[in-house]
Design a protein around this ligand. Sequence first.
Ligand code: PAF
Length: 281
Amino acid sequence: MLLINSIYMMNIATMEAKNEGKSIGFVPTMGYLHKGHISLIEKARSENDLVVVSIFVNPTQFGPKEDYEQYPRNLNRDMGMAKSVGADIIFCPEVSDMYPQNFKTTIHIKGISEKLCGSSRPKHFDGVATVVNKFFNIVKPTRAYFGRKDAQQVAIIEQMVKDLHMDVDIIPCPIIRDEDGLALSSRNVLLNKDERIAALVLNRSLNHAKALMKEKEINIVKIKKEILEMIAQEPLAIVDYVEILDSKSLNEIKELRGSILIALAVKIGETRLIDNIVLEE
Ligand code: PAF
């Protein structure tokens, strides 16, 4: 496995792979890998000739009061994990190379970037779309792998790829959970013991919503109310949002029809966690 820090060297590796007719599977990450990332790398490995994993804590997707500095980092650990599942290249560029002083471009995907996480993190998805666009231009992947835990991120990237005619297949992959049901996230290491237990309320309330869907008289208002009540019983949890949307467009729905996304963002202590479930009517 190769560690590449420079954009120029990554361009060369990409060019060589393309010249040899190789497919490139790309897994963008901010590091501190967990089993969720590993499942993405494994899938990329099974479907491509070359597997590139980027590790870059992207400053432009963090708000001024967010946890950019605290975001967990451990390159050696990440490299060992990525290597063990067959990654070929770890691409780990410098912030100053990705965002030189005269950097002026931002990608904004209207509407979809402003709801859900976008309302409490106004510039977050501009940062995500811009950095992913840059990575796609540098790595030129055949396929790029994203976890469905970030359902809004997946929808935004898919929209960007469609709008800008980008030549890459976006492969959304299932949420990976710990045995107790907590969706895996690099941020989970920031939770103390009590917070880790409190964080289970996210999955618990989604499972409750799933069970409610079987009731005859169920509706959106009742599901939201019961989720909010369940989270309110957890003293360490503060709800950012509970939304029930069309799972494809992320538009609001009035009735429980078709494929429904229930998405949550909840602060547990200082750590903001997200989770979601897709339910068919
Ligand atoms: O999902 C993430 O870890 C990040 O948003 C991504 C896609 C690597 C962009 O920085």
